[in-house]
Design a binder for this molecule. Structure first.
Ligand code: FAD
Length: 322
């Protein structure tokens, strides 16, 4: 196998996981990102970051990527410093139906009658799914990547042709940044508002995707509980809205009776943007100078869910592309 000198653009969950896989395969990796390392990028840092089964009719690889990623996170959950734990995940439902993955996942079950309130008819429950705390996991991942010898720099690239010739392969993990970088018109932002609450002891992920508290989502981490959302497409204002905050607090207490979420429990409020695209773009493209770029962006709400599977796919391209 020929080891390459590779430039990864982007240091969110996609860029860092891809860098890790490339380093594990023996490549030399440099990572450039527009945002400063530390508290950014906003999208990966503010995600709920839990695992759900996903598939896509547009790209049959997605289901496999998710399954591979489940296995990787399940391993990482054994390492207490990684920020990954396994928790119960409840998707509250207003009807009884079998999800597409019902027969595929041994850790899936429907709710028992005493597990849902009378607002709901059922819950799709994953008894053990990875929940990742981005505040712990991303720095952990970055230090793992650094320990393998990756070189980090804060640099914004405005054209792929700017990437110096010493890099034999470029991997594009720029998420929404690909709009400017490539002019990809299929990408657009979906804006969410999320709150961090003081911990109240609640320890399960619960979300309502269709019912009376639609889009409300609760994700406990070890030091705080993340609650959202409100979903708003093609709006990039990062200004937080106090009425939205009040609405989220109201819905979460309706969704989970007895859940303590008072205004004084709010530690922070953030707006963040998901990179929306009809299909995640994971494919190689030949540049005018004969080099290859492998695109890995447009992950919507699955950036964590498929991160390790996609990264392994990109590492495969790094071997085969000449
Ligand atoms: C509230 C919320 C909840 C979510 N919940 C989940 C969930 O539960 N599970 C899940 O899997 N996903 C979830 N997501 C989606 C997930 O956060 C994203 O899919 C994921 O973070 C995308 O990661 P990324 O690394 O591709 O992008 P980003 O985190 O946006 O990183 C992009 C990187 O590219 C860099 N960059 C951009 N342009 C340039 C340029 N021109 N030159 C150099 N660098 C550049 C940036 O500096 C940054 O480092 C959620 C998102 C939000 C907002």
């Amino acid at each position: 196998m020929s080891n390459k000198n590779i430039l990864v653009l982007g240091a969110g969950v996609s860029g860092l996981t891809t860098a890790l896989k490339l380093l594990e395969s023996g490549h030399k990796v440099t990572i450039w990102s527009k945002d400063p390392a530390g508290e950014s990028p906003a999208t990966s840092f503010n995600a709920y970051a839990f695992w759900l089964p996903v598939k896509s009719d547009q790209d049959l690889r997605v289901e496999r990527w998710a399954n591979e990623t489940y296995a990787a996170f399940e391993q990482l959950a054994r390492n207490t410093s990684s920020g990954v734990v396994m928790r119960k995940v409840f998707e509250l439902k207003v009807s009884q139906e079998e999800p597409w993955y019902g027969q595929k996942l041994p850790f899936f079950r429907h709710a028992a009658p005493n597990e849902v309130t009378n607002q709901y008819k059922d819950a799709h429950i994953l008894d053990s799914a990875p929940v990742i705390d981005p505040v712990v996991y991303l720095p952990w991942l970055r230090s793992k990547v650094a320990a393998y010898g990756a070189i980090f720099a804060q640099k914004e690239v405005s054209s792929l042709s700017e990437c110096p010739a010493e890099f034999e392969l470029i991997v594009n993990c720029t998420a929404l940044g690909a709009r400017q970088l490539l002019g990809d018109q299929e990408l657009y932002p979906a804006r969410l508002q999320v709150l961090k609450l003081k911990h109240n002891g609640f320890d399960q992920v619960v979300f309502d995707s269709e019912g009376p508290n639609k889009l409300c989502c609760v994700v406990p981490q070890s030091d705080y509980i993340k609650v959202g959302a409100v979903y708003d497409e093609r709006n990039e204002s990062m200004e937080v809205d106090d009425e939205v905050t009040a609405g989220i607090l109201d819905r979460v207490t309706k969704m989970i009776p007895g859940f303590k979420a008072d205004p004084q429990d709010v530690l922070s409020v953030t707006r963040c943007l998901r990179p929306k695209r009809a299909a995640t773009r994971v494919e190689p493209e030949k540049l005018a100078d004969g080099r290859w770029v492998v695109h890995n962006y447009g992950h919507n709400d699955t950036g964590y869910i498929i991160s390790f599977g996609v990264a392994a796919e990109v590492a495969g391209y790094a071997v085969t592309l000449q």
